[in-house]
Each structure stands twice: as C-alpha cells, then as structure tokens.
Ligand binder design. Structure first.
Ligand SMILES: [Zn+2]
Ligand SMILES: [Zn+2]
Length: 108
C-alpha cells in the first residue's frame, strides 16, 4: 500500500469515526488529551473514533511512515515500525524467516 492510499484510508476512517467532534479533555488526573467523540456516544462509536484519530496522529507524528503491511504473501498483518531506520518489511520474525525459506525454495 503506498502512502497516498494509506492517507486516503485513514481519512475515510476519520470521516466515519471522528466526525462527531474532537475536543481536549482532562479527567482523572490525566494531562490534556484529545477525545474524538463525545462520552455520551456508544462504546463502538468511541472506539472507532479513537482508532481513526490515533492512526491520524501517528501518521502525522511519524511523517507518514512507520506503518506497514507484512510483505509475506498471504499475511496481511499490519505493524508499527519502531526500528531506527524504518526498514521493517514483515510483521514478525517468523514471517521474515518463512518468506526467506520460500524464496530459497523457489530458487531450487
Ligand atoms: Zn480521556
Ligand atoms: Zn506476516
């Protein structure tokens, strides 16, 4: 998935999930933070909104990178790349190893 597609997908989630209003809140001794839907909304609506908002904030903070989809065929796990160089390609070490074995077998 290229970056533009990723942004479009997150924008679609924002339109669906966080369109009820975003506001700053402080409660329970927490620092000011964003709420993406009113507390009076159903749990599902609030979870959808905070997921969309969290993804959008993550993408802006990471300058559009560091969110990936596993490169192994058949695996569609998404992951956050916390490595120094942001070069991660697989969701897990296992997928990376299995993919290497598959590529080796295809050569034989
Ligand atoms: Zn809160
Ligand atoms: Zn994977």
């Amino acid at each position: 998935m290229d970056a533009r597609t990723r942004y479009d997908e997150v924008n679609a989630l924002l339109a669906l999930g966080a369109s009820k209003g975003v506001y700053l809140s402080t409660h329970d001794g927490l620092d000011p933070h964003l709420h993406f839907a009113p507390d009076s909304e159903y749990l599902l609506v609030r979870v959808r909104a905070v997921t969309a908002g969290g993804l959008a904030i993550f993408l802006t903070e990471s300058r559009g990178t560091r969110l990936g989809v596993c490169s192994r065929r058949g695996c569609e796990q998404v992951f956050v790349d916390v490595g120094r160089n942001a070069t991660r390609r697989y969701c897990s070490t296992r997928c990376g190893n299995d993919d290497a074995v598959d590529r080796y077998r295809q050569r034989c």
